[in-house]
Ligand binder design. Structure first.
Ligand code: SF4
Ligand code: SF4
Length: 366
């Protein structure tokens, strides 16, 4: 069985239980990434209109020019759309409707599946994004899970939360009596349980026969199936030891992250650094021209610490022991271990445990 650990963290960093929103950017930016551009400069667009191949506009407004920006999707050209603040939708947002089996099969491939797992677990410390999706849209989630269970009575429907997500745990424990076919799984605060393969292994569920969705993905599907709404915003945790007011914020896709921070966040004085998607498996970023894309879940604002100087590997083996695949990261520089390097999921556990402070992410960048 995989060895799981609980990460050390500063218990004083607490994310507010109130949702904030930053949904009125002056402009948004969408990565072009070699796809086709379907509109021209000065065209007016509506929310949900396809502006780039496979990319729908999250705001209504006027198409401007291409600008160089960066995000987790990469550096390059981004299409600027100036906001008209009118929130005009391409299609009317429908009333909540009862869904049918064929609607579900259009968005989930449930062929041969035995388990449907809603995963509301955040792996990274100081991040509460998935937990918040469940907390905010709790009734909607239970309603859709119940409908799925009724349409597919042979499917086992699970909701997975961390034991530390106290509000969700207590609500679910008191309400699931009304939904006897939804199975609640409360898991310990172990790192990596938020990832599908490790969660299923921990729960003893067959990977091939289990369909797993994060709470954020489930919310998008709920909106699409029940209300005919396309994705235009997301939840983002902004926290860290240099952030005075950690919170979860609802943000329009394509917003400049710097603008959200300036509008909502108080930062401690001193040297700080920014991490997108966590300090274990995320990456350090510069806020300048950084755009919120659909794969961004958190921004951690951390005090810059003087890192101990890495020493020579002493071959203690702790990194391999803790690595989920028992890889040998200290040998990744050797071409013979290229196949191992390719299996690395950049979870950061090897750097976390190394007694001589070797940081493998930095090492691999050399
Ligand atoms: S970062 Fe890669 S090598 Fe290190 S523990 Fe994670 S999977 Fe293993
Ligand atoms: S944990 Fe650090 S010192 Fe120990 S084997 Fe791995 S790289 Fe070397």
């Amino acid at each position: 069985m995989q060895k799981f650990i609980e990460l050390k963290k500063d218990e004083n960093i607490l994310v507010s239980s109130m949702l904030e929103s930053s949904l009125q950017p002056d402009a948004i930016y969408l990565p072009v990434q070699n796809g086709k551009i379907f509109i021209h400069q000065n065209d007016c667009v509506k929310i949900g209109e396809e502006v780039l191949e496979g990319v729908l506009s999250p705001i209504s407004g006027t198409v401007k020019s291409l600008k160089r920006m960066h995000s987790l999707a990469g550096d390059g050209y981004y299409l600027e759309i100036a906001n008209d603040f009118e929130e005009r939708y391409l299609k009317e947002v429908g009333k909540r409707r009862k869904i049918k089996k064929e609607d579900i099969l259009k968005v989930f491939n449930l062929d041969g599946m035995k388990n449907f797992v809603l995963n509301a677990i955040d792996d990274e410390i100081y991040v509460s994004t998935q937990n918040f999706y469940l907390y905010l849209y709790y009734d909607a989630f239970l309603e859709l899970l119940d409908e799925i269970e009724q349409i597919f009575p042979d499917l086992n429907v699970y909701v997975c939360v961390k034991a530390s997500s106290s509000e969700n745990v207590s609500k679910l424990m008191s309400d699931l009596g009304m939904y006897p076919n939804i199975i609640l799984k409360i898991v310990p605060d172990y790192y990596l349980l938020g990832r599908k393969q490790f969660l299923l292994s921990y729960l003893g569920l067959d990977v091939e026969k289990s369909f797993v969705l994060s709470a954020g993905e489930f919310y998008d599907i709920y909106n699409y199936l029940k209300r005919g709404r396309t994705k235009s915003d997301l939840l983002l945790t902004i926290s860290g030891d240099a952030c005075k007011n950690p919170m979860v914020i609802q943000v329009k896709i394509g917003t400049l992250l710097k603008d959200v921070v300036k509008e909502k966040i108080e930062i401690l004085d001193g040297d700080i650094c920014y991490f997108a998607n966590g300090i274990m498996s995320g990456q350090e970023i510069s806020l300048d021209s950084f755009v919120v894309t659909t794969d961004l879940q958190s921004l951690l604002i951390m005090k810059k610490k003087k890192e101990p100087k890495a020493r020579k590997c002493i071959r203690c083996g702790l990194c391999s022991e803790l690595c989920p695949f028992h890889l040998h990261p200290y040998l990744f520089g050797n071409p013979k271990y290229q196949h191992e390097k390719e299996r690395c999921i950049n979870c950061g556990l090897c750097s976390y445990i190394c007694p001589v402070y070797i940081h493998f992410y930095k090492e691999s960048e050399k």
